[in-house]
Design a protein around this ligand. Structure first.
Ligand code: OMP
Length: 232
């Protein structure tokens, strides 16, 4: 029995969940892309549980490789789309891997009654090891917004960032990928369950119910052209 690699199994999951779409999409950065990854497609219990299990598998792989610490205190998912990611990842880390971790997310607006505060879940305190999770990185705008919020809360140590997909795109100003630029700027490692090149490679061998590959030659050519222009 062969075991498909993590990126291959994740690509299958993206395609089966219709989270990976092909067409014409305008990105947050303004770039026009022939593909889009929509984490909003993980919209039921089975899909979000499966997604959390993929994040947990990637995290445990990186812990075993010595790239992430074993004593992560909390998984932080930035509001709003990061919230189910952080929660489902924390559940999977505990239930499937026996790790005791918290989950934390930020409020978009400050609450001045009840428990107050900007954070929900495990409260951040000095010295805590925080692992960030987010959906997709194109230019790294989302992560740049959340780091100051964390630092304003407590002197936490951000130990890394785990994404579902690294789109492997150059930043506007240099040829470095957004992931590499974030690593260099903040000093923590960034991991992705799969990157776009792995996804397009795997997608050519994964078929729809009617037996056609999800990634046709036409789709592959459009992706290659896009990556030739914007890929790092
Ligand atoms: P950056 O924050 O610039 O890295 O862009 C990533 C964000 O853009 C994601 O968190 C999404 O909100 C959105 N996005 C996707 O969800 N999927 C994609 O395939 C591409 C983008 C995007 O707009 O770049």
């Amino acid at each position: 029995m062969t075991h498909a690699s993590l990126d291959h199994r994740f690509t299958e999951f993206l395609l089966d969940s219709q989270a990976l779409k092909f067409g014409d999409f305008t990105l947050k950065s303004g770039r026009k892309s022939p593909y889009f990854i929509n984490a909003g497609a993980f919209n039921d219990g089975r899909k979000i549980a499966t997604l959390g299990a993929f994040y947990a598998e990637k995290i445990v792989e990186e812990i075993k490789a010595g790239n992430l610490p074993v004593d992560i205190d909390t998984v932080f998912g930035p509001a709003y789309k990061g919230i189910p990611l952080g929660v489902s990842t924390a559940i999977a880390l505990t239930s499937a891997h026996g790790m005791e971790v918290g989950y934390t997310f930020d409020r978009k607006e400050k609450k001045d009654h009840g428990d107050g505060g900007m954070m929900v879940g495990t409260q951040l305190t000095d010295g805590m090891k925080v692992l960030l999770v987010d959906d997709v990185m194109t230019a790294g705008t989302a992560v740049r917004e959340v780091i100051p919020k964390l630092k304003a809360e407590a002197n936490v140590e951000v130990v890394g960032l785990v994404l579902s997909v690294d789109r492997m795109e150059k930043t506007k100003d240099c040829d470095l990928s957004a992931v590499k630029a974030v690593e260099a700027e903040f000093g923590f490692p960034v991991f992705a369950i799969a990157n776009v090149r792995e996804i397009f490679e795997a997608g050519q061998h994964i078929t729809t119910a009617s037996g056609e590959p999800y990634v046709t030659e036409e789709i592959k050519a459009a992706a290659d052209a896009y990556l030739a222009q914007y890929g790092a």
